[in-house]
Design a protein around this ligand. Structure first.
Ligand code: SF4
Length: 62
């Protein structure tokens, strides 16, 4: 599964990093996906981060 962060939507709250630190990082104040694709073992936490993003900045493709 592939995850992306829309840099125009992300407000840098770091909530996604709190939920899925293995998947998201903050090299320049906004979230970026570290793993492409995200391995199956981390998909559940990545989806939880997507659901909880206050800016709806995270999306995924199967
Ligand atoms: S939870 Fe959403 S708004 Fe917050 S840092 Fe992550 S992608 Fe950006």
């Amino acid at each position: 599964m592939k995850f992306t962060v829309d840099p125009n939507r992300c407000v840098g709250c770091e909530a996604c990093n709190g939920i899925a630190p293995e998947v998201f990082e903050f090299p320049a104040g906004i979230s970026q996906v570290k793993l492409d694709p995200v391995p199956e073992t981390l998909q559940k936490s990545a989806l939880a981060a997507e659901e909880n993003c206050p800016a709806s900045a995270i999306s995924h493709q199967a």
